[in-house]
Write a protein that binds this ligand. Sequence first.
Ligand code: NAI
Length: 212
Amino acid sequence: MAVKEISQAVIGRLPRYFRFLGELKDAGVERISSQELSQIMNVTASQIRQDFNNFGGFGQQGYGYNVEYLYTEIGKILGMDKTHNLIIIGAGNLGQALANYMNFERRGFIFTGMFDNNPELYGKKIRGMHVRPMEEMADFVRRNNVDIAVLTIPKTSAVKVAAQLTEVGIRGIWNFAHVDLEMPADVKVENVHLSDSLMRLSYMIGRSDENE
Ligand code: NAI
């Protein structure tokens, strides 16, 4: 399927479609209209049709969408038909919490190794994986086909470590450090700031207080 340049806003909505469709598929639903999907997902049917039209539509007039097909196609667009080996850099609170969350593996993200620069953590076992010294990182990445690095280290060292990751051929960085990383075009970065989400919640609470 030829895919034209898609806006970030549409791409940002795809994981949610994928998640809902996965749940429908697991519940045994075979087909669904854009109207029904819109009710379940609380978005307009025209938004759904517009989003899907970026990829050729997926639907059939008068039939609705085939859930399994739509789930598979959106999964392919998101690269969910492939697996990714990932390492976590920073075996502190956040790094360990992510390592212990098994569900990423269901989506094809395989936790392959964990690194830190604190000697006290070397050898510590986290979900069956030993924490390794940073000195072993480059060799490990090359040997294990690692393409994603999760950065759960302080912002003071994130830029330097990101540069090291680029050198060893990492393709994507899931960045939790509070710093904007400027990477070469072939290294993709997804920044995650949980506090942004909390601030949005705070804003919504504030707005509802004003309206009472
Ligand atoms: P932590 O202090 O428990 O863990 C940080 C780990 O990184 C430590 O084990 C430390 O030894 C290691 N480290 C430091 N410099 C390193 C380097 N150059 N190479 C390898 N390892 C190194 O901290 P925590 O709570 O796990 O948070 C980690 C980072 O994530 C912090 O910078 C924090 O601000 C950030 N954070 C971001 C969130 C977000 O939503 N983006 C949410 C929570 C934390």
